[in-house]
Design a protein around this ligand. Structure first.
Ligand SMILES: Nc1nc2c(ncn2[C@@H]2O[C@H](COP(=O)(O)O)[C@@H](O)[C@H]2O)c(=O)[nH]1
Ligand SMILES: [Mg+2]
Length: 195
């Protein structure tokens, strides 16, 4: 846990809404670099560009930092799925809100995910993309909540394992806010009762 005073938090952007910072900006960037180095090494001998599939909207900030830190060429695709509706826990019933713009058959695909909570959304997505016959399909996730993961998912790597708390920042939202924070943190309980 970090003290908010230790960070150059964009001044009062969200007032006192942030209760605690779990992963600071430097820690995030350094781990994203490690993930990018590992992936660059794994695909270094590939004859085709790596196709990164970003799961919107949460993984957008992770994806852009991650792609810029790769030392191999990559191409980007975006997909949006919904499994939460109005609830804060995954139903496992997933809807595609935005599909990929192209065929991934024969491509080396890497899903770039923001967070694995129950893992139900991601395991559905993996099954869906496997059905499109990529040459290979792997997953890298920035965050994972090991205490609550229900699905058995084979991951290339995980940025950080975190406690079972609802987190925001670095792409993750609550009611579409807080994605723009450069760190991962938790919200003050009052935010949930007043929104
Ligand atoms: N802002 C947050 N979004 C979260 C959090 N935990 C999960 N999620 C969102 O759900 C999916 C995955 O859910 P899953 O239960 O099917 O694994 C994830 O991609 C996020 O969009 C959270 O703590 N904060
Ligand atoms: Mg996600």
């Amino acid at each position: 846990m970090h003290d908010k005073k230790d960070f150059a938090v964009p001044a009062n952007r969200y007032g006192d809404d942030v209760e605690a910072i779990l992963i600071g900006e430097k820690e995030l960037q350094s781990r994203v670099q490690e993930l990018a180095d590992m992936v660059s090494e794994k695909y270094a001998d590939s004859e085709q560009d790596l196709l990164l599939v970003c799961v919107l909207k949460g993984a957008a900030f992770f994806l852009t930092d991650f792609a810029r830190k790769l030392s191999i060429p990559s191409e980007l695709e975006f997909m949006a799925v919904s499994s939460y509706g109005a609830s804060t826990s995954s139903s496992g019933v997933v809807r595609i809100l935005k599909d990929l713009d192209r065929d991934i058959a024969g491509r080396n695909v890497l899903i770039v995910e923001d967070i694995i909570d129950s893992g139900l959304t991601l395991s559905w997505l993996i099954r869906n993309l496997e059905g499109r016959n990529p040459a290979s399909l792997n997953v890298v996730t920035l965050l994972r909540k090991p205490e609550v993961v229900k699905a058995d998912i084979d991951l290339l790597d995980v940025g950080f394992d975190i406690p079972n708390e609802f987190v925001i920042g670095y792409g993750l939202d609550y009611a579409e806010r807080y994605r723009d924070l450069p760190y991962v943190g938790t919200l003050h309980p009052d935010v949930y009762t007043t929104n």
